[in-house]
Design a binder for this molecule. Structure first.
Ligand code: NAI
Ligand code: PYR
Ligand code: MG
Length: 370
């Protein structure tokens, strides 16, 4: 198969979908890899390293899209990329369709095959291609939260861990999955008073067992959320209903019940956000303020630490990508239930129920297409 890896064009997105080690694995199996020039630069990989591993380097993004049967990317395609995607081309990347209708419509129109990292799913319902980036974003959410709690950053001016004789900050985490767990570990390690809200009792039992004493779990419902936000210093949004738009657990009117300088880090922003007032922001301009509450809503948080994130992401994606290259998307998805769940749009048909529901589009069952 011919694999193409374009350079990411989202602002401050420095990850790349393939490392030189990954190129070598494709080439060893007889596939051809085209890298866009400088695609790996932000993650510390030079064009020469890719060439030594067996890739060819093409000068422009147009060249890469033109030649490739499978495009491997990191972030969802953005507007200038829509027109580059070709009929029948396989695009393997994050899409987060349910949060953005124009992208969904553009990919339907492109007649391409869209296999979304974030909905590839294991039998235990875990999401192997989302997990590594959720680990990064969860850990980063507390780093960023601590920074924006500083007075000069418009936060309350509270130190997460407090000091002797002074109480630590209160950190509230909505959703105790991968992002929530990693955020809790970091916040707890810094000495904060941490509460995780979830709706899954089995998950909360597990968290109670493994977390240190300064982390507690509470059932997620409107009553508890309204009460806890009044005392919270940092709130991390980390809920997910796979493939679907995130539920708004914190609504506009609730901001008035928070203290001035409270910081909200809505990691779930890539699925539309679980805080109603969150709108996607960028690393260049990560925050905005509503009702004296600081909102941090960067939709590609791992992009800021590409040395870690590119390796973590490609460790997880490569085995799946190799199967796609070996067998073609149809056979690979027929034979691998995990990959099959990643199919969202196939040649104009929406085959992922939650995406069809998000925009009232016709849903086609996978069985009809595969
Ligand atoms: N902004 C960014 O750069 C990044 C964003 N993400 C996003 O973070 C979000 C969370 O991802 P993961 O932690 O991997 O998901 P996950 O599936 O591991 O965890 C989600 C948790 O939310 C819980 N939940 C569902 N409904 C809830 C409710 N009403 N109240 C409280 N909890 C509820 C679930 O029970 C589950 O434990 C996703 O939208 C993901 O795409 C992930 C990586 C990077
Ligand atoms: C998951 C995601 O959206 C990211 O890593 O940017
Ligand atoms: Mg406890």
């Amino acid at each position: 198969m011919i694999i193409g890896v374009p350079k990411e064009i989202k602002t401050n997105e420095n990850r790349v979908a393939l490392t030189p080690a990954g190129v070598k694995e494709f080439v060893k199996r007889g596939h051809t890899v085209y890298m866009q020039a400088t695609a790996g630069e932000g993650s510390g990989f030079t064009d020469e390293e890719y060439q030594q591993a067996g890739a060819s380097v093409l000068p422009t993004i147009e060249d890469v899209y033109e030649i490739a049967e499978m495009i491997m990317k990191v972030k969802e395609p953005i507007e200038p990329e829509y027109k580059l995607i070709k009929k029948d081309q396989l695009v393997f990347t994050y899409f987060h369709f349910a949060s953005y209708e124009p992208l969904t419509k553009a990919m339907i129109d492109s007649q391409s095959v869209c296999l979304a990292y974030e909905t590839v799913e294991k039998p235990d319902r875990s999401l192997p291609l989302l997990v590594p980036m959720s680990e990064v974003a969860g850990r980063m959410s507390v780093q960023q939260g601590a920074k924006y709690l500083e007075k000069t950053m418009k936060g309350r001016g509270i130190l997460l861990g407090g000091v002797a004789g002074v109480a630590p900050a209160k950190v509230l985490i909505l959703g105790g999955g991968v992002v929530g767990t990693e955020a809790a570990k970091m916040a707890a390690g810094l000495g904060a008073d941490v509460t995780i809200l979830d709706v899954n009792l089995a998950r909360m039992r597990y968290l109670e067992d493994i977390m240190p004493a300064n982390v507690n779990t509470i059932m997620s419902n409107e009553y508890n959320i309204r009460s806890l936000i009044q005392q919270a210093d940092l709130i991390v949004g980390a809920v997910l209903i796979p493939g679907a738009k995130a539920p708004h657990l914190i609504t506009r009117d609730m901001l008035k019940e928070m203290r001035p300088g409270t910081v909200l880090v809505d990691v779930a922003v890539d699925q539309g956000g679980c805080i109603e007032t969150c709108k996607p922001t960028t690393h260049e301009n990560p925050t905005f303020i509503i009702d004296d509450v600081v909102h941090y809503c960067v939709a590609n948080m791992p992009g800021a630490v590409p040395y870690t994130s590119t390796l973590a992401l490609t460790n997880a994606t490569l085995p799946y990508a190799l199967q796609l290259a070996e067998k073609g998307w149809k056979k690979a998805c027929r034979e691998n239930e995990e990959l099959k769940k990643g199919l969202n749009i196939i040649q104009g048909k929406v085959v992922y129920q939650a995406v069809a529901e998000a925009f009232d589009l016709e849903y086609t069952s996978l069985e009809e297409v595969l």
